[in-house]
Design a protein around this ligand. Structure first.
Ligand SMILES: [Zn+2]
Ligand SMILES: [Zn+2]
Length: 173
């Protein structure tokens, strides 16, 4: 949604939208599905600057990087940004808020587009290495069974390479 800041007066401008996005847009193959996203918030005109507050709620299905099982995970996140016009000198109020560690979002022509902000939030909510659960045992690197469901004997059969050389020698005898 594109919102013109000059139309926002003393009352906060509230907006609400529902977005359905293809996971491929995120360029993270671990994300195999995205539910519809409830995305809403408000823009506050303090008189000297504009504050953007948003809240998003959705479900993302991620592939576990250890066992490759896909599992849905609910996400709720909030974002607060200081809107600053691109190419203009920041006002004193903006500089103060920036100093307070408020993240800045640059806008052009006095219009804020909620889509790029949403995309950034979706990216932030993808774990670096998604796991179905912290204790996931993963796949056996040798036979490929899911160690969360089955056990295998590979561990016991693993042979120290030094011994296998000796065994090879013995077999030649
Ligand atoms: Zn897993
Ligand atoms: Zn195995």
């Amino acid at each position: 949604m594109r919102i013109h800041l000059d139309r926002i007066g003393d009352e906060p401008f509230k907006w609400q939208e529902r977005r359905q996005l293809q996971p491929s847009i995120l360029e993270r193959p671990e994300v195999v599905h995205l539910s519809e996203i409830a995305w809403q918030g408000e823009i506050i005109n303090t008189g000297t600057e504009h504050l953007f507050q948003g809240k998003l709620q959705y479900e993302q299905t991620l592939t576990c990087q250890r066992c490759l099982v896909e599992s849905p995970k609910p996400v709720t996140a909030e974002v607060e940004l200081l809107l600053v016009s691109d190419g203009e000198e920041p006002t004193e109020g903006e500089l103060e808020l920036e100093a307070e560690d408020l993240d800045v979002h640059y806008i052009t022509d006095g219009i804020v587009d909620t889509d790029p902000i949403l995309l950034e939030q979706l990216q932030l909510n993808i774990p670096m290495r998604p796991l179905c659960r912290e204790a996931c045992a993963g796949l056996c690197p040798q036979c490929g069974v899911d160690r969360n469901r089955e056990s295998c004997d590979c561990e016991d059969q693993r042979i120290d390479p030094r011994w296998s050389v000796l065994r090879g020698l013995r077999e030649e005898e």
